[in-house]
Design a protein around this ligand. Structure first.
Ligand SMILES: Nc1nc2c(c(=O)[nH]1)N[C@H]1C(S)=C(S)[C@@H](COP(=O)(O)OP(=O)(O)OC[C@H]3O[C@@H](n4cnc5c(=O)[nH]c(N)nc54)[C@H](O)[C@@H]3O)O[C@H]1N2
Ligand SMILES: Nc1nc2c(c(=O)[nH]1)N[C@H]1C(S)=C(S)[C@@H](COP(=O)(O)OP(=O)(O)OC[C@H]3O[C@@H](n4cnc5c(=O)[nH]c(N)nc54)[C@H](O)[C@@H]3O)O[C@H]1N2
Ligand SMILES: [Mo]
Length: 784
């Protein structure tokens, strides 16, 4: 029976009392040491020069009390049916049911919603990172299942870089440069004279790589680049984004003001005659329009250093000096993804491209522009372009989708129209939400608004190994296995290794693989064979590996047979002969190697975007004030800019219960860093419990007073498990420092509708009352 396939011994598990199994995760490869059917240790791969502490956290989480042990149904849903007491989601106890009963309920509900409201009434976007491994990838499993069922409302783009991704095809003709195929480290070695790093190079973020990684080598690459004489300038509100060994000059403009800084740098090049006219003429379109904007011909505002100094808080002379320094030799501009996770997040990306185009080094080794460096471990690694194996998800006949971060809008306003990527769309009327491999109560902005929106659908189904806040706010919760409980193939699209994931232990509790849950549902709904294609787990792995091998062969890369790969545990995809330099072919011959933009060139003015006539995204890079920043009127009441960057000690909301995350908590809550000046002005001491608040919500965090963060900025890493004092009530105080209680749920612009987590103002005060106990890691109340 398909639904029991997860319990089978597929040959990978042995009967020995003690064994070591190769495995891999987003945060690294390791061996699982198994004794008497239990994992007793996870040992990072010998090849990893800098293993992540998250490996240990994974073991801490594996058997934690907050694993979902059995299928669970919210009492109100079970008693009153779909929609039953839905305003009590998050507040009611759960009732344990058998797998048979759970599958019957889910299959019945899917069939009901489909026949009453159509497939588009099912939201299955299910954004999230899930676990490494391309077969058991939980989102793809759901998407394949729902497509076989007739389709669903899907999502487009990602929380990582929606604004950049939607913009880029208009400017460079491709999303590649933003989506991780950026300038390679080996192209910088000995070539880059100056690296100007917007958002820094935050090594904390290189611990992970989507899909799995073998070795953490970013720091080694940077040390080598530094040793060749490269100089570094870091532009960030937080000194921690600049590895000490780079000895970088630190500039700290007000958050979200980078576009103004870039425009002033561009203006300085222009008036000083330091721009590369030949490159702009031959490779770009629209420079004259952009120049008219810089000089103020179009709007009467000269974008000079004095203008930018007033916006950014930097010194005008410092800006001018940086511009001249950039024009002196080979300069690489790097921009982290964080800059575009902000209101008008398209602009710093477009402005950075315009600035690099003026320097004229795009397409040269070690020069030009790169995105996402140090945002994940694999960015910049040399690797031949071989496509990763992917579970085929089939076609979605509904054609229905939303921009990923518009989920609360969709649930709150069915039928309402919105603009996206040059068109007007309408939100579908969602009756059923199905999530597998993501956590909207981690990733979405303005959680109080999400809690309210979450009361709308009739049914919410979540698969997760743990009692996340999303699981707690669901109606039906199905316990999923983790990577240690199944066989898989892991690989990121940038790390040069493909890794075998051997099942180490039988599923914990009653957990089942997402694949087997969907296979059992498909059986009940009459398309079991279509979903599984008659393949079992190892059959699928052989097939996916075969596809990878074929893709490698097309690039003249020989890969071993599956059995050898499986036994050896990994295989390397070699580096290309030449270091990868983005846009090198285009630079060499722009007529022959036209970009896939309308003009074939880099578009510094886009007629297409101008034609969309969006008030918040004009036809060229421009400074548009963010809705919240230190220069906006809201700052009178909420004078601190909140940056909710990625956590060093977790992956998003995952592993919050692990030792690395728990050790970083302050007073049992997520740490919030504030500058000594701001702390003193509020009577806040290091280690205090503080209340962080604005009009959208309030959360209790633990204060860390540090001059690593610039004045008037508060840094609260995202991902502390949402832990409301009054569960289910929008507006409840959160006890645990969850940043998304505070952030704003608005699209970056009508063009991209990207999330804007990094545009957020708050106030902080000491919390003088006894602080409520954190309950985030306890399983919710259950009833029989
Ligand atoms: N304020 C603020 N918010 C942000 C950001 C920010 O910078 N600031 N960053 C945004 C970004 S870039 C991202 S990518 C998102 C990340 O948001 P998510 O990717 O949604 O966050 P995760 O916590 O990784 O959620 C993955 C979930 O999948 C579960 N899971 C793991 N393995 C499996 C499996 O095999 N099966 C099933 N069914 N479930 C599994 C995990 O337990 C976890 O609950 O957050 C976004 N939110
Ligand atoms: N350990 C760990 N690593 C991760 C993740 C994780 O959860 N944990 N998540 C992964 C994911 S999904 C993604 S998408 C990437 C995200 O990669 P990024 O989006 O780059 O990550 P962030 O941590 O949000 O931001 C990086 C730095 O940018 C700076 N910054 C923020 N706003 C501004 C601004 O307006 N101007 C300037 N100049 N700087 C600013 C902040 O100081 C912050 O530390 O990280 C990945 N890496
Ligand atoms: Mo992300």
């Amino acid at each position: 029976m398909a639904s029991r396939g997860d319990l089978k011994d597929n040959g990978a598990m042995t009967k020995e009392a003690s064994a070591r199994r190769p495995s891999a995760s987003h945060w690294g490869a390791f061996d699982a040491e198994v004794r008497n059917g239990r994992v007793v240790a996870l040992r990072p791969a010998a090849e990893d020069p800098q293993p992540s502490p998250l490996v240990q956290s994974q073991l801490d989480a594996l058997y934690a009390d907050n694993r979902v042990s059995r299928p669970m149904v919210r009492a109100g849903w079970l008693e009153a049916g779909p929609g039953g007491r839905r305003e009590r989601r998050g507040a009611e106890p759960f009732v344990a049911v058998s797998w048979d009963k759970a599958l019957e309920l889910v299959a019945g509900e899917l069939a009901r919603v489909k026949s009453r409201h159509g497939n588009a009434a099912i939201y299955g976007g299910s954004y999230g990172w899930a676990s490494a491994g391309w077969f058991h990838q939980a989102n793809f499993q759901l998407h394949r299942f729902l497509n076989c069922f007739g389709g669903f409302t899907a999502k487009t783009d990602s929380y990582s870089y929606a604004a950049g991704m939607v913009l880029m095809p208009y400017v460079l003709g491709s999303k590649d440069l933003v989506a991780g195929r950026s300038h390679a480290w080996d192209a910088m070695l000995g070539n880059t004279r100056l690296m100007v790093m917007f958002g820094g190079l935050p090594l904390k973020n290189t611990q992970v790589d989507f899909g799995g990684t073998l070795a953490h080598t970013t720091a080694d690459w940077l040390r080598r680049i530094k040793a060749e004489g490269t100089e570094f300038v870091g532009i960030t509100p937080h000194r921690g984004d600049l590895p000490d060994f780079l000895a970088a000059d630190w500039l700290a403009p007000r958050p979200n003001s980078d576009t103004a800084l870039m425009l002033a740098l561009a203006h300085t090049l222009l008036v000083g005659g330091l721009h590369d006219r030949a490159f702009l003429d031959r490779h770009c379109i629209g420079f004259a329009r952009f120049a008219d904007y810089l000089t103020g011909k179009t709007d009467g505002v000269v974008k000079d250093c004095a203008w930018a100094a007033a916006i950014t808080g930097l010194g005008a002379a410092d800006i001018a000096a940086l511009a001249r320094r950039m024009a002196m030799g080979r300069t690489l501009i790097t921009v982290t993804w964080s800059l575009q996770r902000a209101d008008h997040g398209e602009q710093p990306y477009w402005a950075a491209i315009a600035l690099a185009a003026m320097l004229g080094q795009i397409g040269q080794p070690g020069g030009g522009i790169g995105f996402g460096h140090a945002c994940e471990g694999g960015i910049g690694l040399p690797r031949e372009r071989v496509a990763n194996p992917r579970l085929p998800i089939g076609d979605n006949p509904t054609g229905s989708s939303i921009p990923v971060a518009r989920i609360a809008d969709m649930l709150l306003h069915p039928g309402q129209s919105y603009r996206y990527d040059g068109r007007t769309h309408r939100y579908p009327d969602i009756r059923l939400v199905y999530w597998s491999g993501g956590n909207p109560f981690h990733h979405h902005q303005d959680l109080n608004r999400l809690v309210a929106a979450w009361r709308r659908p009739e049914t919410v189904i979540v698969h997760d190994p743990w009692w996340t806040a999303a699981a707690r706010h669901a109606d039906i919760v199905l316990p999923a296995t983790t990577g240690l409980e199944r066989n898989d193939i892991a690989a990121s699209s940038r790390d040069p290794f493909v890794l075998a994931v051997h099942q180490a232990i039988a599923p914990v509790g009653q957990a089942r693989n997402d694949h087997h849950i969907f296979a059992a549902l498909a059986d009940r709904l009459g398309f079991g064979r279509g979903f599984t294609e008659g393949l079992d787990e190892m059959g699928w792995l052989r097939r996916l590996y075969g596809e990878l091998r074929a893709s490698a062969e097309r690039k003249q890369v020989a890969m071993p047979e599956f059995d050898r790969f499986w036994a050896e545990g990994k295989v390397a995809i070699p580096a290309p002969d030449e270091p990868f330099v983005a846009l090198a072919d285009f630079r060499r011959d722009p007529e022959r190697n036209r970009l896939p933009t309308p003009t074939g060139k880099i578009e510094l003015f886009s007629d297409t975007i101008a034609g969309f006539a969006e008030p918040d995204c004009p036809g060229h890079p421009a400074w548009l004030e963010p809705v919240e920043w230190l220069g906006s009127p809201v700052a009178a009441r909420y004078p601190l800019h909140l940056i909710s960057g990625q956590p060093r000690h977790r992956l998003h909301g995952q592993l919050d219960i692990g030792s690395a995350s728990l050790a970083a908590k302050v007073a049992g809550r997520e740490p919030i860093q504030i500058n000594p000046q701001d702390a003193a002005a509020r009577g806040i001491r290091d280690g205090d419990v503080v209340r962080v608040f604005n009009d959208r919500g309030a959360t209790l965090a633990g204060a860390v007073v540090s001059d690593a963060v610039m004045p008037r900025v508060a840094y609260l890493t995202v991902g502390a498990t949402y832990d409301p004092l009054e569960p289910g009530r929008p507006g409840s105080l959160d006890k645990h420092g969850s940043a998304n209680l505070l952030t704003l749920d608005k699209g970056a612009s009508n063009l991209s509708q990207g999330p804007i987590a990094h545009s957020c103002l708050v106030e902080i005060e000491p919390y003088r009352q006894p602080a409520p106990r954190v309950t985030a890691f306890e399983a919710p109340a259950t009833r029989n």
